[in-house]
Design a protein around this ligand. Structure first.
Ligand code: SF4
Length: 517
């Protein structure tokens, strides 16, 4: 049953999805999938119910008529145990044709699932504390954060307990399961912003403040970031939040979005539009009515942006221990590789893995004397800790292979392009390449050194897949989205055009200049 929300009184002004959410809370669909549709089959599902499937983490796979689904599984802050990794691998093997994609929100995705598979999938995930619930839909999605939480020499505090508290506060909480639109939370205490604070609806970044003569470690709070076709960089509120207050503040901000966010037009419903219209001062005023007064901002401790890359072998904050960052080319891996990763995590580490928002993975907690043996493992030939400067920094959304919203194919194009550039160009710095198959920006192209946005172009041969190219995006400081170059490039020409672009940069750059700074 859906709750009786205040906005129900203006039902005639609400969009179609909003009206559906008033009839049935999105979370109810989980039971319907298990107890009705999985038993009665694909043909029993009423068309209008598919938009609620997202609350179970389920999307229809392209083409919709074939009856296959995609499932997204939330992995808060990328924290995964080897036991969980094995369950993910076995489910992919049993139902998902062995494919596993790591996403730009540290989640994993399956494809090729059928409606009959979901009861067993949900059960086996739940047994190891993994959930697909609210990984999609108008609700708090996967909480992203520092993939190195707890082992990071560059973090002020270990954010793992806070991530767990946030997950507990939001997951399956019907107070927040009907938001105006998707809602993305990020929390990190690293001074290098691995949680991409500026592109989330709500973010917490490290800060300190002197309170009653004592230096307190806590967080600054950002609201209203998001990508898609009208990207906004988040803005900081003028408050300082102690670690134990994060959940209260997050709930308060979510309440503001729930009760004041726009529900008329889907494309203007994200929190970013409310923040842009109100400004941060008014937003904080309304928030203060809910959570009471908080101290003003302290000293920001973020000093730069590591773009979420941890390739290679690095020291942890625990003496004598190292983490090994592995590259998963364009985020696509397999059940077989996930089984092997779980084995390596047990054999060389502490039985844990970390997924990263650059679609990569980390094996943490490796003692120094185990490193050489780990680096000789055959799996690390493909998932290498020392990737080349293009392949190792290439991010791709799902694209037309499986996604109904896609205008273009993406993963294969990006794999091919990055490999070509690695063969053709010698360069002493990585170049971050991101591709989106449509403006929804799951591939986060606006923050890339070189971003590709898929679309269509008319040619003599008819309509073909083509890309706009944007350059110079980053999240240092307040962040800056990349700038779109004129014209479009046919898909087949992308590798050569990017080669020309990178060679031009290489030729003209000053000695220490990077692609973005
Ligand atoms: Fe699909 Fe567009 Fe997201 Fe790519 S960016 S996965 S094409 S919705």
């Amino acid at each position: 049953m859906a709750k009786q929300w205040a906005w129900a009184e203006q039902a005639d002004q609400l969009n179609q999805v909003e009206r559906l959410k008033l009839e049935q809370d999105g979370l109810d669909i989980i039971n319907d999938i298990i107890h009705i549709y999985a038993k009665e089959g694909f043909s029993s599902i009423p068309e209008e119910k598919f938009s609620l499937f997202k609350w179970a983490g389920v999307y229809q796979q392209r083409p919709k008529s074939d009856g296959y689904f995609m499932l997204r599984i939330r992995i808060p802050s990328g924290l995964l145990t080897s036991q969980q990794a094995r369950v993910l691998a076995s489910l992919s093997q049993d139902y998902g044709r062995g494919l596993i994609d790591v996403t730009t929100r540290q989640a994993v995705q399956y494809h090729w699932l059928q409606i009959e598979n979901f009861p067993d999938i949900f059960k086996r995930l739940g047994e190891v504390g993994l959930y697909s619930w609210e990984a999609c839909g108008d609700c708090p999605r996967t909480i992203v954060g520092n993939a190195l939480a707890g082992i990071d020499p560059n973090e002020l505090i270990d954010t793992r307990p806070i991530v767990a508290e946030l997950e507990k506060a939001f997951l399956l909480n019907r107070e927040f399961s009907n938001l105006p639109r998707k809602y993305k939370i990020s929390i990190s205490s690293s001074i290098y912003n691995p949680g991409n604070a500026q592109i989330n609806d709500l973010s917490f970044t490290p800060a300190v403040k002197e309170i009653d003569g004592e230096e307190v470690i806590g967080f600054h709070v950002w609201v209203g970031g998001g990508l898609s076709n009208r990207p906004h960089l988040a803005k900081q509120l003028n408050i300082f939040v102690r670690p134990e207050q994060v959940v209260e503040v997050a709930k308060g901000i979510t309440e503001v979005f729930r009760d004041h966010g726009y529900r008329e037009k889907r494309h203007k419903a994200r929190l970013k539009f409310l923040v842009a219209d109100w400004g941060v001062d008014k937003f904080l005023e309304v928030l203060t009515e809910i959570i009471g007064p908080y101290p003003t901002r302290g000293m920001d401790k973020t000093v730069g942006w590591n773009a979420g890359y941890f390739n290679g072998v690095h020291r942890q904050k625990q003496d004598g221990y190292y983490y090994v960052g592995l590259n998963i080319p364009v985020g696509r891996t397999s059940a077989e590789e996930f089984f092997q990763l779980a084995d390596l995590a047990d054999q060389y580490g502490s039985g844990s893995l970390r997924t990263v928002n650059t679609q990569n993975i980390i094996i943490p907690d490796v003692p120094k004397d185990q490193l050489d043996e780990l680096l000789k493992e055959p799996l690390l030939q493909r998932l290498t800790p020392q990737p080349k400067p293009f392949t190792g920094y290439a991010v791709s959304c799902t694209g037309i292979e499986f996604c109904n919203l896609a205008l273009t194919e993406t993963k294969e194009l990006m794999r091919r392009t990055a490999e070509f550039l690695d063969q053709e160009i010698e360069i002493d710095q990585p170049i971050r390449l991101h591709v989106n198959g449509c403006p929804n920006s799951c591939g986060q192209q606006q923050i890339a050194d070189i971003g590709l946005l898929g679309g269509k172009m008319r040619t003599k041969e008819g309509m073909v897949e083509a890309y706009t190219i944007s350059i110079g995006g980053h999240l240092h400081g307040d962040g800056q989205f990349n700038t779109q170059l004129k014209g479009r490039v046919k898909s087949d020409d992308v590798p050569h055009v990017l080669k020309g672009l990178v060679l031009l940069f290489k030729e003209q750059k000053q000695s220490n200049e990077t692609f973005t700074q």
